[in-house]
Design a protein around this ligand. Sequence first.
Ligand code: GAR
Length: 211
Amino acid sequence: MRVIRVGILASGRGRNLQAIIDEVEAGTVPAEIVVVISDNHKAPALERARLHGLATVFLDPKSVTDAAHPRQAYDRKLLQALNRYQAELVILAGYMRIVSSVLLDAYALRMMNIHPSLLPSFPGLRAQQQALDHGVRISGCTVHFVTEGVDEGPIILQRAVPVHEGDTVETLSERILNEECQLLPQAIRLFAEGRLHVTGGTVHIRTGKLA
Ligand code: GAR
C-alpha cells in the first residue's frame, strides 16, 4: 500500500500528535509524518516530534510583516514549508489558528481538523465548557475536512462520550481526548486507503475491499 505524506500542525500539548506518531510507528496507519509545524515555539508537540526524530518547524506569527493580511501572509509561509516537505495531507492536531484561503485552496479536502465536540454543536473555543454549560448528556469529538467556517466542513468521523454528573472541564476533556486519540489516526488511515469520498458536502466511507 502507498504511504501518504502527512504534515501536522499543532499549537500545544500534542496528545493527538503523539497518538498519530504511535500508530504510524506501529505500522497501523500507512503514513509518514514528514513535518510537524507549530505557531508556538514552546509547544510540547514540537518536543514530542523531535523525540521521534521528526522534522519540526516553528513559524513565528510575529514574523509576519504584511499587516493588512496577516493570516494569509502567515499561511503562505506555512504553505512553503508544507511544500518543501511535500505534504499530501495536512492534519490540524490542536492547531489554534484560523486557516486562511491560502491553505484552504491548496489543501481542499486534503486538510483535517479534530474538534472536542459533536459538531455542529459547540464549535470554537472551550468546546467542553460549552457542553457543560448546556447540560448535554452526551458529547464527543469530530474529525472533519477543513473549509472556510470555523470548525465547519464535511464530517469524516465522530465518537460520542457520556457526560457524567459532577464532570469538570478536566474530566470531560480527558474522556473526549481518549476518543480523539483513536479517531484521528483512524481518519488518516481511511484517507490513506482512499476510502473517503465527498459528494455535496457529505463524506462517504467506502468499506470492504478496494479495487
Ligand atoms: C484537543 O482536544 C483538540 O480536539 C482541541 O485541542 C486539543 C489539543 O490537544 N482542538 C480544538 O479545540 C480545535 N478547535 P493536544 O494538543 O493534546 O492534541
